[in-house]
Structure formats: C-alpha cells, structure tokens
Design a protein around this ligand. Structure first.
Ligand code: PMP
Length: 360
C-alpha cells in the first residue's frame, strides 16, 4: 500500500505485503483456536500439524531428498558458526574454509575454538570468488565450508563448488530460496532469518542424515543436531511465531510459481540494476568482479563520495529506503530479496538515472 516503504534493507528485510496482511488478519484468532498463534502451546495438536505442513512445504519447494533432515533452530547464523564445527568436525578434527567475505571469516574464527582450520583461499580483497585453481583443499578435512552469498560486499558463488567426497557445508543465509539448488550436494546447508524467509528468531538447517550423531561431547544441547533431529526441532520451545511467518512465506513462494519462477524474476531484477550501474559511464561503480556479482545484494558507489548523503536523502523522499552501504564498506547497497518487486527495482533505477542527470 502507499504508506509502505520500498525497503532495500539487507536484513531484516522486506516481507511480501500479502503475508503481513494474512498474519495481521490471523493475529487474534489463529485457525479458530480462539487465540493468537503466539499463545498456542508448541505441544498442541494444531501447532504440531502446522510445523509438519511447513516442513513439507519447504521439502517441496527445494525438493529436499529423503537423505536430508530439516531442522528449525534458533540463535541466528552465529549459532551455526559454532554448530557446524561442534557437529561436523568430529571425524578428523579439521575444517576447510573458503573465505570470500566477512561472514565466512567469522565462521572460521569460531571454528578455531573447536579444532583445526585450513584456509582454502582468501582473496586480497573480498570482491571475487577466487578460481578453483587457486584453492588449497586439504586431504583430511571433515568438511569444506563456504558462504554462498556474502551479504556485505555482494559476492555470490555462480555455482555450487565441487569439493569431491568431503561434506560441503554452506551458509546460504542471504540467498536461500532465491533459486532452486541441488540439496543432495550438501552435507549441511543453513540460513538465518530474516532475508528471504522468516522473521528473525528462526534459523533453518538442512543436514545429511548420515552426518548427524558425530557431535563433540561438550556440544550444547541446543546446538546438538542429533537431539534436535530426534525431537523434530521441538527439543525445547521453538520460535513458534517465526516458524509460522516462514510458513506464510513458503505459501507465498508457491503462489509465485515456486523457486524456478522466483529465480527468473530475481535475475531480471539484478540485471536491471547492474545494467544501470554499467551504463552510467562511470558515474556509478560496482566494486565486485562481474562473474561473482550477487543477485541479492548489490553494493555500488557513485563518482563523488560527497554526494552520498544527498543521494540517500533524495531516495528516501521517494520511499526508497535502507540503501546505505554496510558500515564497513560505505557507498550504497540495494538488497533485492524475493519480496522486492521488479517495480521497486525500476523505481530505484529511475532515481539513479535522475540523480545522475542533476550532476551533469
Ligand atoms: N551469514 C550471512 C550470509 C549473513 O548475511 C548474516 C546476516 N546478515 C549472517 C551470517 C549473520 O546472521 P545472524 O545475525 O543471524 O547471526
């Protein structure tokens, strides 16, 4: 509706309006229970049915094979930075880390507490995915870890990396559900909220079943994949409302035609913005190598740093908000998750061009 901002935040991020409307309609009385979903016991029949439906919807959307288990967890991606080594390092006490930005680096630093790490590659600047020839994979790692889309600098893997038989672990927090992918290639893939699903408070992990049960003895209960899997993500009180909102978003994704269709729109959206940058004759610049450019988070700068605040103020007047670059990078960043419409991206591009004209 007209009072809603066109929100380019990197997270928590824009949510489809129809989802918010549905949640609002159901706020006081969910599914004829006479109470808000927030007030409903997680041990009640209706909630158990709901979480089973939501899990099935995710399985359908991603075509998750029988070999993998879905876990609804808490604590954000940061909890998984610890959860990954605690659960998966056991075998050889060593994790391989592909570093392509600050999130993968942070995950590696956490893993050092629990075992050995090997840096597979680390570009001088986090503005590209180094080619495989430059990778230094170990022969005895328990897993290979990477971040599919580094949200801060906007660097995304074009394809799932091939690491042979070693279990591949992936932080997909900022591009999960933006396109289909082959879950069977992963030992563990996880995503925090809220970017393409959720609300904050929920983290989804999809773990290969044969890797469950290898946790280190001092793994906290809440991070123990085996306990969580056996309890079907209900070991303790799960983030019930956040799970419900994720469910509404899965319904919305299905209405959009599923991940194949969403991927097509996402590609059109990012092309529109990257074209505007590339066709601006150097007025705008993307700091990321072309083939590693993110489809979700687009950082860019304009020719004169001194125009940045004027640019942001002008954008805000048009309700184009949350476009300031990450504090460590500066410039601008447009995060265009699933819920950002093509029309929203068009408005941004028109504004970028109009602003450029005022400086010519
Ligand atoms: N990984 C990625 C790729 C992210 O984008 C973020 C959040 N922006 C995180 C990890 C950290 O997530 P959280 O705040 O949920 O721990």
């Amino acid at each position: 509706s007209s009072e809603r901002s066109i929100n380019f935040s990197a997270g928590p991020a824009i949510i489809p309006e129809s989802v918010l409307q549905k949640a609002s309609k159901e706020m006081l009385n969910w599914n004829n229970t006479g109470m808000s979903l927030m007030e409903l016991s997680h041990r009640s029949g209706p909630f158990k049915e709901l979480i089973a439906k939501i899990e099935q919807d995710l399985i359908d959307l991603l075509k998750i094979p029988e070999t993998h288990k879905v876990l609804f967890l808490q604590g954000g991606a940061h909890f998984m930075f610890s959860g990954v080594p605690l659960n998966l390092m056991g075998e050889n006490g060593k994790g391989d880390y592909i570093l392509t930005g600050n999130w993968s680096t942070r995950a590696m630093n956490e893993a050092k507490k629990y075992g050995k790490v090997n840096v597979v590659c680390k570009p001088d600047e986090f503005n590209k995915i180094p080619p495989k020839e430059e990778w230094n994979l170990s022969t005895d790692a328990s897993y290979v870890y990477y971040c599919d889309n580094e949200t801060v600098k906007g660097v995304e893997f074009p394809d799932i990396p091939d690491v042979g038989d070693v279990p591949l672990v992936c932080d997909m927090s900022s591009n999960f559900l933006s396109r289909p992918f082959d879950v069977s290639k992963f030992g563990c893939v996880y995503a925090c909220a809220q970017k393409n699903f959720g609300m904050a408070g929920l983290t989804i992990a999809i773990v290969r079943k044969d890797l469950i049960g290898k946790q280190l003895p001092y793994t906290p209960m809440m991070l123990d994949f085996e306990l969580q899997a056996k309890a079907n993500s209900m070991f303790n009180t799960p983030s019930t409302y956040a799970i419900y909102i994720a469910g509404l978003i899965f319904d919305w994704l299905k209405e959009q035609g599923g991940l194949e269709e969403i991927a097509k729109i996402n590609l059109k959206k990012c092309k529109l913005i990257y074209d505007a940058i590339d066709n601006s004759n150097g007025f705008y610049k993307s700091p990321v190598e072309i083939k590693s450019r993110s489809r979700m988070n687009i950082p860019f700068v304009c020719k004169n740093k001194e125009w940045e605040s004027e640019w942001l103020e002008g954008a805000a007047k048009l309700k184009l908000v949350s476009l300031k670059g990450h504090r460590s990078v500066g410039g601008f960043r447009a995060s265009i998750y699933n819920a950002m419409s093509y029309e929203g991206c068009e408005k941004l591009v028109n504004y970028m061009i109009d602003f450029m004209k005022t400086k010519e």
